[in-house]
Write a protein that binds this ligand. Structure first.
Ligand SMILES: Nc1ncnc2c1ncn2[C@@H]1O[C@H](COP(=O)(O)OP(=O)(O)OP(=O)(O)O)[C@@H](O)[C@H]1O
Length: 580
């Protein structure tokens, strides 16, 4: 898949909103009618005052204009309500679309990017920040357009009545504008700093909660967890400084703008006295000028919302623009399912982890990776599972480079059981069913029996309907591992990669897991990263991985003869067993 071209935040927003433009257009139209209706009472009052001064005494005339004014109020409320309904409905659709795009993007991003970013940051953008643009986004477009267009219409009307008075009625606009521009100096930079501090605080809070077990175990309080307290303090300080820098100008603009009568009254009187302005025009301009500035101020104060939307959409864009693992769309024909690594090199960041790995894994065989910790065993497995792309060399499956195989096809071919398997906060049944969402309950239970889970699941409070807890926290490590194996078994993929966990080495668990794995892999290709050598002595191939290279490969007996490192590891394993 092609990586998306970077877009400006507002072009991106327009792209998100495009499918819902009908809703937004309707919302803008209703808002224009709504704001215009809100000005009707001003016209009505002007008409009544003019008639009163002229000595008019017809009750029906005054009642009629009162009715017009009331109708203006009612129409305004109805139109603004309909406008808001249209814009909120469109915005909710835009927001769910954004969330879908973000979460689906994460599945196409190399694992490295995901692991290098604190998970709190993704969560904050996808949930809270995306949510927080709902209200401004729904109001900005209709209300800002209406609040600018309607006063513009009145100003044009005032110019047709008397251009001199029309200019006078705008006299406070430039003064307020100067204060407003002073407020806007470096606004985007300051706003971005405040939102960044907020995001950082949110990410450290998630980290703090995630690590609460360690914090308690080492008797640390929230105050001594410096990263968290620093983030909270920095956030408070930046928000305070930002408010201090902008509030004065904002207050000046807000008080100067509405004071239009300062110019309209004295200058209107002068024109009236020198005979160049008649009473009805003077009164109409006086009253209408009071109605111009309010909507303009309301429009100006959407700046905050626009800055907020811009920053958040740009954050959303940062995630959507992460380079993706490039994979073709069309299914590839594979010639068998042999796997071959040719001169594979790889670095997570700067340090070279794999330095030229060559290995052939025959279809249907059992291959074990052994070697010292940190040598690169799990990395090789993750590259085969296509969680990352190789930096150099290639990995082929059935003769085709895995980068040329569509993600869905590769995922269907490989079941990857990691060391630390994540369980969702859902029922045991649904966690197993993730291996094959179309499997029925009987299939889930059959696979649980085969992988040695059924007994302990039946002992749980609600059996298969027990909730496993966040990240599977209500189960033991060995139980989680067995559920992960059942999940992989249900997937029934031809290649199984099993990153053996060292943590669950009690003899009972070990034998249950081994038996489950043996059933899981009958007739399949098994790649196992082994920490307990006794479990892999009968493998077809054992590859000794050391410092990013394959030091030696062969069967158990061969390696005992030809590889000193393997011999030493075997000896150490036997000694440890004897000691136990
Ligand atoms: N996500 C990561 N980011 C950066 N470095 C990593 C990452 N994962 C692993 N490494 C580093 O890569 C090297 C190889 O790690 P790998 O997990 O592949 O080794 P291993 O042989 O499987 O080790 P073990 O037997 O302890 O599981 C190590 O130095 C490790 O610190």
């Amino acid at each position: 898949m092609e990586n998306p071209r970077p877009q400006s935040p507002f072009a991106r927003l327009a792209d998100f909103a495009k499918p819902h433009k009908g809703g937004y257009i309707a919302s803008v139209l209703f808002a224009i009618v709504g704001v215009a209706s809100g000005l009707v009472p001003y016209f009505a009052v002007a008409q009544m005052v003019i008639r009163l001064i002229a000595g008019g005494r017809e009750l029906t005339f005054y009642l009629m204009w009162c009715g017009v004014a009331a109708a203006g109020f009612v129409l305004k409320s109805i139109c603004m309500n309909i406008s808001t309904t249209f814009s909120h409905r469109a915005t909710f659709a835009v927001i769910s679309e954004v969330r879908f795009r973000l979460t689906s993007k994460l599945t196409r991003v190399p694992m490295g990017h995901l692991l290098d970013t604190p998970s709190g940051q993704f969560k904050t953008t996808i949930i809270e920040r995306t949510d927080s643009i709902e209200s401004p986004l729904a109001h900005v477009l209709p209300e800002m357009t209406a609040n600018l267009l309607v006063p513009l219409g009145i100003i044009i009307y005032l110019f047709t009545l008397d251009w001199r008075m029309a200019l006078v009625s705008l006299i406070t606009l430039p003064i307020g504008l100067i204060a407003y521009m002073a407020m806007m100096r470096d606004y985007a930079v300051k706003y971005a700093a405040v939102t960044d501090a907020g995001k950082h605080m949110s990410a450290t809070t998630v980290e703090y909660i995630g690590g609460i077990e360690v914090i308690k175990a080492f008797n640390q309080s929230a105050n001594s967890y410096a990263k968290f307290t620093d983030a909270v303090r920095k956030n408070t300080q930046l928000v305070f400084e930002w408010m201090r820098a902008t509030q004065v100008y904002s207050a000046v603009a807000q008080s100067v703008w509405p004071a239009v009568l300062i110019g309209v009254l004295p200058i209107g009187c002068i024109f009236y006295l020198n005979g160049s302005l008649d009473i009805p025009t003077f009164i109409t301009i006086m009253i209408l000028s009071l109605g111009i500035i309010g909507p303009i101020i309301a429009a100006m104060f959407f700046t905050d919302d626009i800055a907020k939307i811009g920053t958040i959409v740009s954050d959303i864009g940062t995630i959507l623009d992460i380079p993706e693992l490039k994979r073709p769309a069309g299914k590839k024909e594979l010639h068998g399912s042999d796997i071959e690594l040719k001169n594979v090199t790889f670095a997570y960041k700067d340090e070279q982890v794999l330095k030229g790995v060559n290995l052939k894994i025959d279809a249907g065989s059992v291959t074990a990776f052994v070697g010292p910790s940190g040598g690169g065993k799990s990395t090789i497995a993750k590259l085969i599972a296509s969680l990352w792309d190789v930096d150099g060399g290639s990995i082929t499956l059935g003769g085709v480079d895995i980068r040329d195989i569509p993600t869905a096809q590769l995922i269907d071919s490989i079941a990857y059981v990691a060391q630390d398997n994540y369980l969702f906060n859902d029922t045991v049944r649904n966690n197993i069913r993730m291996g094959n969402p179309s499997a029925d309950d009987a299939a889930v239970e059959a696979v649980a029996k085969a992988s040695g889970c059924h007994e302990f699941i039946m002992k749980l409070e609600h059996g298969y309907d027990t909730i496993t807890g966040s990240a599977g926290g209500h189960l033991s490590g060995g139980e989680r591992q067995r559920i992960a194996i059942a999940r992989a078994m249900l997937k029934n993929a031809p290649i199984v990669i099993l990153d053996e966990a060292t943590a669950y080495t009690d003899p009972e668990n070990e034998s249950v897991i081994q038996e489950a794995v043996a059933r899981l892999v009958a007739g399949k290709t098994l790649i196992v990263i082994a920490h307990r050598l006794s479990t892999i002595t009968s493998s077809d191939k054992i590859a000794v991985v050391e410092q990013g290279r394959i030091l030696a490969e062969g069967r158990h007996g061969e390696l005992l003869e030809k590889c000193a490192l393997y011999r030493a590891m075997w000896q150490a394993h036997m000694d440890a067993k004897d000691a136990v």
